[in-house]
Design a protein around this ligand. Sequence first.
Ligand SMILES: Nc1ncnc2c1ncn2[C@@H]1O[C@H](COP(=O)(O)OP(=O)(O)OP(=O)(O)O)[C@@H](O)[C@H]1O
Length: 230
Amino acid sequence: MLIIKELKKSFSDAGTPLLNNLSLNTRKGESISIQGASGCGKSTLLSLIAGFEKPDSGDILVNNLSIVNSGSNLKKIDNFRKENLGIVFQSFNLFDCFNAWDNIAFTARLKGNVDKDYQLALMKQLGILSLAQHPISSLSGGEQQRCAIARALVHRPALVLADEPTGNLDEATSDTVSDLLFETCRHTNTTLVVVTHSNEVAVKADRALQLHQGVLERANIDNATLTTAR
Ligand SMILES: Nc1ncnc2c1ncn2[C@@H]1O[C@H](COP(=O)(O)OP(=O)(O)OP(=O)(O)O)[C@@H](O)[C@H]1O
């Protein structure tokens, strides 16, 4: 579904590339977590997958569409995002001037396929239906992030990218919100890539990976590490 082939990316000519022949192959509906040291290139990788940045070489395919080779065609890449991509940010990135319902409807309106029943079902699943008419600024951090998850899914994207989705939440809220993110993506058969510093969040993915020296490796998160992290 998401296929990354021998991706290279550097921000300077000196030294080893930040991403150095990185490859990944995911199944439809699979969830992947990515951890790694600060500055190792996790957010850069998400930006490349979203088509916000261009790699030096290699290819990225989502549902057989090359994000890299569509990169020079801005309309095509814009359509790719509208059709295929949902994004969840650490800082929620919701609009203060809209209520919860209109914030969530935003991506579907961009795509031109508002499906009220589907939005109602998603909001119900995420436990935020009763907040639909509330101003976004009146919601707690956990409630806002649940709205952001609904917004990322409401246009039925094939792929959701989440960059530190629980980074601004306390431990208990992080647990609830990350459970909802993984469950909702499983329920809707949406492929999910989550960048996180949290071992507790990382182990909820079907595959836990770490970015190390420019490539993705299987993460080794054992129970002892989890216990220590708690
Ligand atoms: N547009 C850019 N121009 C130059 N350098 C950049 C640019 N974007 C990122 N970098 C550098 O690339 C490296 C990787 O950044 P990135 O944000 O991808 O790391 P990260 O693994 O997500 O880090 P963190 O866990 O701290 O968020 C950093 O050294 C960063 O300064």
